[in-house]
Design a protein around this ligand. Structure first.
Ligand code: AMP
Ligand code: ZN
Length: 138
């Protein structure tokens, strides 16, 4: 179901024009209007899911499967040297459009695009304990 006032519902369903790379009955793939780099693309489900906590596994699986095809097509046209796949969930994680979408960000040598974090610290015991807690919920 489309969500009222959701810009990506409108884009995905063609009510707002976009630079569309590909579309099928489940998804629209567009070029980001404020690209981090040349060719920055977004895969948007037609159905409204807020984020990773909301989307169903089947749709997410189809979406990532499509991402492999789109990534290869982009690489052949853009001749990028690499690609970041980014997907933000929640304000604290940098999400600004609250309709699930996957970023495909082509990378070029010395492009100075900043995606990343500082490596932190851990102990083996802490990691094992945390892994056990999460494993129980899957
Ligand atoms: P996020 O911060 O992960 O929610 O990403 C939202 C992305 O949507 C940003 O990279 C925006 O540049 C992009 N965006 C917002 N509005 C539009 C639009 N009308 N057409 C294309 N991309 C958009
Ligand atoms: Zn939406």
């Amino acid at each position: 179901m489309a969500e009222k006032d959701c810009i990506f519902c409108k884009i995905a369903n063609g009510e707002i024009p976009s630079a569309t790379i590909y579309e099928n009955s489940d998804f629209r793939v567009i070029l980001d209007v404020a690209p981090a780099n040349r060719g920055h693309a977004l895969i948007i489900p037609r159905e409204h899911f807020k984020d990773i906590f909301d989307i169903d596994a089947l749709t997410a699986g189809k979406l990532f499967s499509l991402a492999t095809e789109v990534a290869r097509a982009m690489k052949s046209v853009l001749h990028c040297d690499g690609m970041n796949i980014v997907q933000n969930n929640g304000i604290v994680a940098g999400q600004t459009v609250f309709h699930f979408h996957l970023h495909l960000i082509p990378r070029y040598e010395n492009d100075n695009v900043n995606i990343g974090w500082q490596p932190g610290d851990s102990t083996p015991g802490e990691l094992q304990e945390l892994a056990k807690e999460i494993r129980k919920k899957i």
